[in-house]
Design a protein around this ligand. Structure first.
Ligand code: FDA
Length: 307
């Protein structure tokens, strides 16, 4: 029951101001968002890649309101690509972007988002890596898929995310699998109405398995974005049945969540990519992590009371 309330708060400016200003928030935030600048996260990139993990880096931010903020998002990602180039890690470290941070919801949003994200995708390709477009709420997805298709004409490695909770996703998965795309499948993290999305956890899990089967049997590169132990073992089984080799799919999990499992899967010879977010505009990302697990909220509340 708490999840939807927290997700509603994730879109409230008043709650954003209250929570961001609380002095203890930062300790809890650090568990999921381990830095504010590229310099903060370079040691983490080096440590995790040194342990056999791969990464996808996210500069946090979303729902911007001016074109200047979109240019700033582009520049923040270009600065990141610059540092990744120096580290020479190639595709072991890719990037995830939210198009709402690149101007998607503003006037002329499609063109603005493409114009801002394209230089990042180009720069990523120049250092041997790529970009994945995150999935935001359902109203943004037609636009995200259109940007994805456009970018793939020149950069076919550009990936995208699909969400198992949405009814539309089974059809999206068939189309993307046939097109040979890189696709990350996740359960879905936004508050969505019953007209467009499954509300029942078991229905979401069942849809996840059906969609993953489509991706595994298709032409593309499936990325299994989940911490759910059951889905992870089903993913392994589906990959085996589809005759995929270990480098023909990968697992992905979020930084700070089930970290032992990241290492276990990598040690077993799987490609394991850790989604690592950093930056100052962490509110929306952080609130979605709280909503996913009510115990996180209790920990957060306790640390506020104990101060
Ligand atoms: P589930 O929520 O059932 O969790 C399984 C277990 O994992 C839990 O029992 C718990 O142990 C642990 N766990 C999960 N979340 C936790 C948390 N926040 N804190 C502590 N423990 C937790 N969504 C989206 O809408 N668009 C996107 O682009 C992305 N991108 C993305 C990338 C990657 C790499 C991942 C792993 C996830 C996303 N998501 C996302 C988020 C996704 O939609 C979903 O909300 C979370 O992954 C939680 O779902 P699980 O599949 O992990 O299962």
């Amino acid at each position: 029951m708490l999840g939807p309330v927290i997700l509603a708060a994730s879109r409230s400016d008043r709650m954003r101001r209250l929570i961001s200003a609380a002095p203890v928030t930062k300790q809890v935030v650090d568990r999921f968002i381990p830095g504010e600048t590229v310099d903060d996260v370079v040691p983490i990139i080096e440590e995790l890649t040194g342990r056999g993990l791969e990464l996808t880096m996210d500069v946090v931010g979303e729902d911007i309101t001016t074109p200047e903020q979109a240019f700033a998002a582009r520049d923040a990602y270009l600065a990141l690509v610059g540092r990744l180039g120096e580290l020479e890690l190639g595709e072991r470290v890719e990037m995830s972007v939210k198009l709402s941070m690149f101007g998607q919801a503003l006037d002329g949003g499609h063109e603005l988002a493409v114009a801002n994200v394209r230089p990042v995708v180009e720069a990523a390709a120049a250092i041997g890596t790529t970009v994945t477009l995150d999935a935001e709420d359902h109203t943004t997805l037609d636009s995200m898929f259109a940007v994805h298709e456009e970018l793939r004409k020149d950069f076919p490695q550009t990936g995208c995310v699909i969400q198992a909770y949405l009814f539309r996703t089974e059809a999206d998965a068939r189309r993307l699998a046939a097109s040979g795309s890189r696709v990350r499948l996740v359960k879905g993290a936004y508050k969505e109405p019953a007209e467009v999305a499954h509300q029942d956890r078991h229905e979401i899990d069942k849809a996840y398995v059906r969609i993953l089967r489509t991706l595994m049997e298709g032409e593309g590169y499936p990325m299994i974005g989940s911490h759910d132990p059951r889905l992870i073992s089903i993913g392994q089984e589906l990959a085996r049945k589809a005759g995929r080799k270990p480098d023909e799919y990968e697992f992905q999990m979020l930084y700070g969540i089930r970290s032992d499992e990241h290492l276990r899967l990598a040690a077993e010879g799987h490609r394991m990519r850790v989604y690592t977010a950093y930056g100052t505009d962490w509110y929306g990302y952080f609130m979605r992590r709280l909503a996913e697990k009510p115990a996180n909220l209790r920990f957060f509340a306790r640390s506020m009371v104990s101060k």
